[in-house]
Design a protein around this ligand. Structure first.
Ligand SMILES: [Zn+2]
Length: 147
């Protein structure tokens, strides 16, 4: 379900949350966007998503993890109160040797999820990447066959 909201003010009114993910491929830190503080800086009418030729607030976000400037943002329609948990449906996770994982892409679209998984594999085939639909594992780069 896609909503037609365009501005930060509308997102705020509708209780829509936004998630920001670090541009840095090595980092990919993600966090919830503090709409109140963004609106206080750029105003209610600022576009939610970047538009050509308009400076977007996401370019000014600085990653708290690696200090890289610029983060991807998207909306997460969700009434969950925990700001760390969005409801993306599909997640592409990257696993390290200690068994910790972090999401490198989260989306409601299966096609985008599969594309992101493939791109993640192309980027570094040695990585351990999984594609999940919520808790269900759909693809696993370390497994010969899943499902
Ligand atoms: Zn970062």
């Amino acid at each position: 379900m896609r909503t037609a909201i365009k501005t930060l003010g509308e997102a705020k009114r509708l209780g829509i949350r936004m998630v920001a993910v670090c541009h840095n491929m090595e980092c990919r830190y993600s966090r919830a966007v503090d709409l109140d503080s963004v609106i206080s800086r750029v105003g209610q009418l600022h576009r939610i998503l970047p538009v050509l030729s308009v400076k977007h607030f996401s370019e000014r976000l600085v990653c708290p993890n690696c200090s890289h400037r610029g983060m991807f943002v998207w909306t997460a329609v969700n009434d969950d109160v925990d700001p760390q948990i969005v409801d993306p449906l599909f997640s592409i996770m990257e696993w390290d040797e200690r068994g910790h994982c972090q999401p490198i892409c989260q989306t409601k679209s299966f096609k985008i999820a599969v594309a992101a998984y493939d791109v993640a594999m192309l980027e570094d085939p040695r990585k351990h990447i999984t594609l999940q639909e919520r808790a269900r594992l759909l693809k696993d780069s370390r497994a010969k066959c899943v499902g």
